[in-house]
Design a binder for this molecule. Sequence first.
Ligand code: ATP
Length: 325
Amino acid sequence: MGVEKLGVMTSGGDSPGMNAAIRAVVHTAAQYEIQCFGIRLGYKGLIEGDVLELETKDVRNILHRGGTFLKTARSDKFRTFEGRKKAYENIQKYKMEGLIIIGGDGSFTGAKVFGSEYDIPIIGIPGTIDNDIYGTDFTVGYDTALNTVVNVIDKIVDTATSHNRLFFIEVMGRDSGFIALNSGIATGALDILIPEKDYTLDKLFSSVERGSNQGKSSRIIVVAEGKKLGRVYALAKATQIKFPYYDIRVSILGHVQRGGNPSCYDRVLASRFGVEAVEALLHGKREVLIGIRSGKIIFTTFEEAIQKQKEINKDIIKILDVISV
Ligand code: ATP
């Protein structure tokens, strides 16, 4: 199938490596003599016609930069039929024959709806720090975020140890514990609270107690943000009441986790996804998400990727119980 013009955008939350993916798309398009349009601000920009032509010279010097130079946004208008109609009018205006969307679950839900209403092939590239997308072992940005978190926790451990303090550290991950679990293991946390694993205050207290009895030096508890576990302040308060002699502090890492230069792994992954996304369009694929499994590129339909829940690695949860104290 011939494709002469395509569009690329970033949507939802930003993640380090999105620039590398855009760059790879633009270079691959150029290789196949496809005209490439960048859509700024995700679906919002598509609705508003915020479109610019991208040549390889336009994506110089962005490979190593965090964030997304196309910018990203969330768009309530795209959730409406009217909004998507406007978006499609812009697809027609620029004669795009394919769309590559770099984003998270929500972006692919939008893509699925759009693709079922209008005749536009769409390929998704998973870009989110949460790593919570079914159909890929890794998402673009996760490795960088994880390393950022480990770096910051290492620094907190230094001060926690010096003052004999117990820190509750909240990390990102909305409804998934990939960042919390892996960063907690990597920093020797006393306990790690993730939505995928049931926990009770009693269990948390016994971890704190065991850590104290064993003279554990890194007194940190890593907590994944999100509704299921409650805010970290409430957990810290309950622990303080139970252990009044502890000096307990809370640290919420927040947006620092999203920024920074992408890691080598994320740059390579994003580059692979970018090249494969353009080739997938050329091979007539549509409404699929690119992923990586056991080092190999795979494709999953948007339908399956949205419906299925990515499971956290149970082996890692198991080792948490063994080595956390
Ligand atoms: P992240 O995981 O980083 O939050 P995301 O892609 O999941 O990224 P969302 O805000 O959930 O981010 O979704 C991005 C955009 O996708 C929304 O702002 C909206 O425009 C569109 N979208 C999501 N769900 C739908 C839907 N059911 N119908 C139409 N559009 C949708």
